[in-house]
Design a protein around this ligand. Structure first.
Ligand SMILES: Nc1nc2c([nH]c(=O)n2[C@@H]2O[C@H](COP(=O)(O)OP(=O)(O)OP(=O)(O)O)[C@@H](O)[C@H]2O)c(=O)[nH]1
Ligand SMILES: [Mg+2]
Length: 131
């Protein structure tokens, strides 16, 4: 049986060699783990539109420049996702967890030590390669 793939726009927010990450709530899929902010791409929008919308909703920033980093297909067993990851290198506003989620800016060494969903291993690898 083929499962429905959920397309997700994910933003790696980068500023002065620091990265902005949020903690997923316990009730969410892959709850309690750190994440790069983002969310599901709706039927009527492009990945870039979804990225801008989700980052405005979740962390209150307006994307000014972003570039594609990597696209990852991952099967969690209970859910199959396709993460389309962009690095956001210019934005306005100040990143904050608008939905009450814990958040922090970390450098790359700290980023590597955080607990992320397993699909994110490939994001960290791609970031390391792009540096
Ligand atoms: N945002 C985000 N989602 C991720 C990451 N890694 C990863 O596997 N995912 C998965 O991508 C899927 C969709 O992301 P999401 O839960 O943020 O979607 P959303 O903001 O639209 O949430 P909602 O369903 O509460 O409205 C989840 O199954 C989540 O586990 C990540 O780094 N960031
Ligand atoms: Mg989300």
């Amino acid at each position: 049986m083929t499962k429905k793939v959920v397309n997700v726009a994910v933003g790696v927010i980068e500023k002065q060699a620091q990265y902005f990450v949020c903690k997923r709530s316990d009730e969410q899929h892959q709850g309690g783990l750190w994440e790069f902010p983002g969310g599901k791409v709706e039927d009527n929008e492009s990945v870039e539109q979804a990225l801008s919308r989700e980052l405005a909703e979740e962390i209150g920033i307006q994307v000014e420049r972003s570039e594609h980093l990597v696209t990852i297909e991952h099967d969690y067993g209970d859910k199959q996702v396709c993460l389309v990851v962009h690095v956001v290198t210019a934005f306005s506003g100040e990143a904050t967890g608008l939905e009450g989620q814990p958040s922090q800016w970390v450098n790359f060494e700290q980023l590597k030590k955080l607990d992320f969903p397993s699909a994110n291993v490939a994001i960290i690898d791609a970031l390391a390669t792009s540096k």
